[in-house]
Design a protein around this ligand. Structure first.
Ligand SMILES: [Zn+2]
Ligand SMILES: [Zn+2]
Ligand SMILES: [Zn+2]
Length: 141
C-alpha cells in the first residue's frame, strides 16, 4: 500500500481518466485493453499528486507512461514534495521495498512522483529534510 491507495488519489485519478474518455491520450487504447495511469504534465512546487488541476494531467497507458518518463529511475535531482503519516507500517518504499509508516513524496521531472521512506528520501533528494522531520517528532522510522 502506498500514498496512491489513498482515497484522495483514487478520486482524482478517476476524474482525470473520465475526462480523457477512458483512453490513453498517446496511443488511444482504452481501459479494456491497457492499464490506464495518470501523468502530470507539469510540476507545481509542494503540491501532492491529487492537488493538481485536471488540465495539468493526462491519461496514459502503462506503456506510453513508462516511455514518457524513461525506463531508468534517476538517482539524483529529486525534489521533496511532502509527507504523510500512515500511523502504521502499511506503506511501501517504492525505491527499496521496505515497509514504512512515514511516506515521503518526492518528484523528478524525468520520472514523476515516488513514495519513499525516510532513508531513501534523504538519499534521493540529497537533503536531510525527511530525517530532520523524524527527529523533531522523536520517531526513527
Ligand atoms: Zn498508450
Ligand atoms: Zn507521468
Ligand atoms: Zn527505501
Amino acid at each position: 500500500m502506498s500514498l496512491y491507495t489513498k482515497i484522495e488519489w483514487k478520486e482524482f485519478r478517476d476524474n482525470v481518466i473520465e475526462s480523457d474518455g477512458y483512453k490513453c491520450t498517446i496511443c488511444g487504447r482504452d481501459s479494456t485493453e491497457v492499464t490506464l495511469q495518470v501523468h502530470h504534465k507539469i510540476y507545481i512546487e509542494d503540491k501532492l499528486p491529487w492537488e493538481y488541476g485536471l488540465e495539468n494531467c493526462e491519461t496514459m497507458c502503462k506503456g506510453c507512461h513508462a516511455a514518457e518518463h524513461g525506463i531508468i529511475k534517476p538517482k539524483f535531482g529529486w525534489k521533496y514534495v511532502g509527507e504523510d503519516d500512515l500511523e502504521d507500517l502499511s506503506g511501501t518504499c517504492e525505491n527499496c521495498g521496505a515497509s514504512i509508516r512515514f511516506v515521503h513524496v518526492i518528484y523528478h521531472a524525468k520520472w514523476g512522483f515516488l513514495d519513499v521512506g525516510t532513508l531513501c528520501c534523504d538519499n534521493l533528494t540529497d537533503t536531510e529534510i525527511a530525517s530532520n522531520k523524524r527527529e523533531t517528532q522523536h520517531l526513527s522510522i
